[in-house]
Design a protein around this ligand. Sequence first.
Ligand SMILES: [Fe+2]
Ligand SMILES: [Fe+2]
Length: 217
Amino acid sequence: MEPHTRIEKIAGFVRQRLYQVAASRAGETYIDPEYRWNHTLRVTQYGRQIASAEGANLELTTAGCLLHDVAWFDTPGEAESREHGRLGARLARPLLQELGYAPEEAGNICFSIAAHVDDRADFEHPVTLESKIVSDADNIDRFGAYRILQRYERQVRDWQGLTGAVAERLTTLRKYRHDQIMGTPTGNELFNRQLDFQIAFFERLLAERDLTRPVEE
Ligand SMILES: [Fe+2]
Ligand SMILES: [Fe+2]
């Protein structure tokens, strides 16, 4: 099977599973398969960009990115959500075998999926360049423009609360910017770009807070 066909089948599998499981839990809060699928697409684009720059295996990285959140809606609740990587790897393995991936290729992809949440898989596997990239790409999208809207959507009409939360957030973002926390150099570069944008945006918002005062004599 051509790599392109395999990737297409993986994308189809993930999209269908996200929408299907989300539909079975409709009515619960935060069930948004469209966001999860769009996030998956962006993570895949970031992952491919990093893989090209870092000389990683492009197909294995692409497959890992596409599949990383496949079990997102299968693991409701905060504690269970930590398992969505490990469960996702279990869901992906039969598909990868069916698509003709060699055991070591399937192992590489499954490790990326399993470990992307907290660096832990429930099977033995060394850390790979591809797994670091999947995790980097995931984090890069978590610090994008859309995530600002999503993070503060419920606070947007609470100026005090909003600006207070933003000031706190700035401290965290500046720490991340200082610490270079991604697993690859290209990952750090793209992540820093996201951080610089968010930091600039929040600094502007706080400057507007400082302007929100009456004229002094
Ligand atoms: Fe995830
Ligand atoms: Fe993700």
